[in-house]
Design a protein around this ligand. Structure first.
Ligand code: PGA
Length: 265
């Protein structure tokens, strides 16, 4: 029997290492009035660390959530240069990205570290957004599902299925990030379905509730088709989140998609 799921679409803007005080204020001045009208979509923004508090102020009185792009797996102490989950919570973050492919590739974050960061985020009351996805070579070798499964298993081992599903999962094929190459809706849906089935095999309720986002060159003109796939519950948006009209159009595209599952869970 299919379970009726009530997953609300979620669109997260990942600003990466871009912005300035003035540019952020101007971007949000444009974005906020446009996205605030989409009541059926959750929207969040992940600015760089130094801007979290000022962006939190700018988001005050709006429904747009605040997130960070990274965190330490440690709770506190002698970790020069690191930022803890409780600090992020303290300054108003609700979300934090964990295991983004740029962190995995450029800063050598492995599955175990990612899992510990996921756990630290949950314990501080944040919603971790776990990024998973394959490189082009891995896709060409037919390893996509196995790789994504390994990345999920690492987090499962540390937090268990119930807590894993309290987070958000973002499928981000590395070859589609910042490249202008997007997975076709069919390619993306196939991996999302695999993730949903992986969840369902462990906990059917968790599978029905957990939001799975797609990321990788989502733009105004491909968002609707991607978000129209049954197991895609919104997007993690890099480049296009820095443009007022593009980000607003992507949020609009997420608005009317009722959650439906490709599998009976
Ligand atoms: P992109 O980035 O939209 O610029 O491809 C997505 C991401 O890295 O989260």
């Amino acid at each position: 029997m299919p379970i009726e799921s009530n997953r609300k679409p979620l669109v997260i803007g990942n600003w990466k290492m871009n912005g300035s005080s003035a540019a952020n204020a101007s971007l949000l001045r444009g974005v906020l009035p446009l996205v605030s009208i989409f009541e059926s979509v959750d929207v969040a923004i992940c600015p760089p660390f130094p801007y979290l508090t000022t962006v939190a102020d700018l988001l005050d009185n709006s429904d747009v959530g605040l997130g960070a792009q990274n965190l330490s797996e440690q709770r506190s102490g002698a970790c020069t240069g690191e930022v803890s989950a409780s600090m992020l919570h303290d300054v108003g973050c609700r979300f934090v990205l964990v295991g983004h492919s740029e962190r995995r590739t450029l800063y050598a974050e492995d599955d175990e570290l990612v899992a510990n960061k996921f756990s630290a985020a949950l314990h501080a009351g944040l919603t971790p957004v776990l990024c998973v996805g394959e490189t082009l070579e891995q896709r060409q070798r037919g390893e996509t599902r196995a790789l994504v499964t390994t990345q999920l298993n690492a987090v499962l081992k540390v937090v268990g299925i119930t807590d894993l599903a309290r987070g958000v999962i973002a499928y981000e094929p590395v070859w589609a990030i910042g490249t202008g190459e997007t997975a076709t809706p069919g390619q993306a849906q196939a991996v999302h379905r695999h993730i949903r089935q992986w969840l369902a095999d462990r906990d059917r309720t968790a599978a029905a509730q957990c939001r799975i986002l797609y990321g990788g060159s989502v733009k105004a003109d491909n968002a609707e088709q991607l978000f129209g796939q049954p197991d895609i519950d919104g997007g993690l948006i890099g480049g296009a989140s820095l443009d007022v009209q593009s980000f607003a159009a992507i949020c609009r595209a997420a608005q009317s998609e009722p959650a439906s599952d490709s599998i009976a869970i």
